[in-house]
Design a protein around this ligand. Structure first.
Ligand code: RTP
Ligand code: MG
Length: 137
């Protein structure tokens, strides 16, 4: 089942020069491809929409500050079961708990600075693609 998902390579990934490495992992998966991509510093309004589910949590403000701290790579990736697939490629939220071989497991240590975001369901993917690429359909 071909799907599309919204992926962010977070400001830590850009600052640390890991963009090529992470996109390379995505591109090498059979049949997956990048359908849209841009380097963009995310503004507060966009981040409030994107992380609405976390508003009020203790990590919300530091997360917003981090996500606005520099450019991110904003992408739509398409391919077979790509929603579940990129979540697996990324690994669990806490990079210390993430297995080596996953992006977070290989490169992360701090929970907040965990390199990559990927939509967690078909509903999230539709919602998030509209936030970041309103003209894309
Ligand atoms: P994401 O939404 O970014 O793909 O990550 P996720 O589903 O794995 O994690 P989620 O629970 O949705 O949390 C969103 C992002 O907030 C930061 N976070 N910090 N305790 C903390 O300090 C904490 N918890 C979460 C991470 O950047 C996480 O990816
Ligand atoms: Mg999430």
């Amino acid at each position: 089942m071909s799907q599309r998902t919204l992926v962010l390579l977070k400001p830590d990934a850009v600052r640390r020069g890991l963009v090529g490495e992470i996109i390379g992992r995505i591109e090498r998966k059979a049949g997956w491809s990048v359908a849209a991509m841009e380097l963009r510093t995310l503004d507060r309004a966009t981040l409030e929409q994107h992380y609405a589910e976390h508003e009020g949590r203790p990590f919300y403000e530091p997360l917003m500050e981090f996500m606005a701290s520099g450019p991110s790579v904003v992408m739509v990736v398409e391919g077979e079961r790509v929603i579940e697939g990129i979540r697996a490629l990324a690994g669990p939220t806490d990079p210390i708990a993430a297995a080596p071989g996953s992006v977070r497991g290989d490169f992360g240590t701090i929970v907040r600075e965990n390199l990559i975001h990927a939509s967690d369901s078909e509903e999230s993917a539709e919602r998030e693609m509209k936030i970041f690429f309103p003209a894309f359909s």
